[in-house]
Design a protein around this ligand. Structure first.
Ligand code: SAH
Length: 236
């Protein structure tokens, strides 16, 4: 990714330098314009949702933080005394910021082309979103199989976003939707920098469990959040 196509990285770098940032806008053809409060990417352990705190407590061994952003989880793990934490992100400015903030092992690296062996792989803040679409799950599980050390675990959170289809009477109608209902398309914009649009997957726990089983993995839900969100552990 080049920095002129890296709105999220620009926002992260700005916030890191200046302690504030402009609006990080999230555009989607299916939804009204939204924004990501940049400050939340800099959350500390105490400011994290319970499901993220749970994930960090369960992380052991060689830990990989996928799509690490501003590095909040990697920094918290280092502060907890974890000796082996690797953070990866495809955003060059996020990577540079993580380095500046003291993440010891940071790489500008796409998850799907990474080599190595890890005991715990973390994909937090709907980190499994990077899979994009349900039809990319087979490639995802293949890559997971190559990266997980024997006995290793993936800890990931996502949300069942069926609620966005709820009508005024509280009725959820998922018929008429083309493809899987958690497949979104987003584009981000920060100041004058607009990124390319990209697919982003939200997956409900039942579908994730079925897909995991179909690819030789087990899934268990280890925590639930307060709004359709959950933390899953996936093992071989
Ligand atoms: N995990 C962080 C940031 C979440 S935003 C947090 O919880 O605060 C998602 C991040 O994933 C972005 O920084 C984006 O650049 C990164 N990303 C997207 N696709 C990726 C891929 N294929 N490999 C690695 N990182 C990716």
């Amino acid at each position: 990714m080049t920095t002129d196509k890296d709105p999220m990285g620009q926002a992260i770098a700005d916030f890191h330098k200046n302690g504030k940032a402009s609006r990080l806008r999230v555009l989607s053809p299916m939804l009204e314009e939204d924004e990501i409060p940049v400050k939340t990417l800099f959350r500390t352990l105490g400011g994290m949702p319970v499901i993220e705190q749970t994930a960090l407590r369960q992380a052991t061994g060689r830990i990989l933080d996928v799509g690490a952003g501003a590095g909040c989880h990697s920094l918290a793990l280092q502060a907890m005394g974890q000796p082996s934490v690797t953070a990866i992100d495809i955003s060059p400015l996020a990577v540079q910021t993580m380095r500046d903030r003291g993440v010891a092992d940071v790489r500008e690296q796409d998850f799907f082309t990474l080599d190595g062996q890890y005991d715990t792989i973390l994909m937090l803040m709907n980190g499994i979103g990077i899979v994009g679409t349900v039809n990319r799950l087979p490639a995802f599980f293949m890559q997971l199989d190559s990266l997980l050390a024997p006995g290793g675990q993936l800890l990931c959170d996502s949300s069942d976003i069926c609620y966005i289809y709820e009508d005024e009477d509280g009725f959820i109608d998922l018929t008429g939707i083309e493809g899987y209902y958690g497949e979104m398309t987003y584009q981000m914009q920060y100041k004058g920098v607009k990124g390319d649009s990209f697919p982003w997957l939200f997956i409900d726990p039942e579908t994730l469990g079925q897909q995991a089983a179909a690819h030789g993995f087990k899934m268990e839900i280890i925590a639930r959040g307060d709004h359709y969100d959950y933390l899953a552990r996936i093992t071989r």
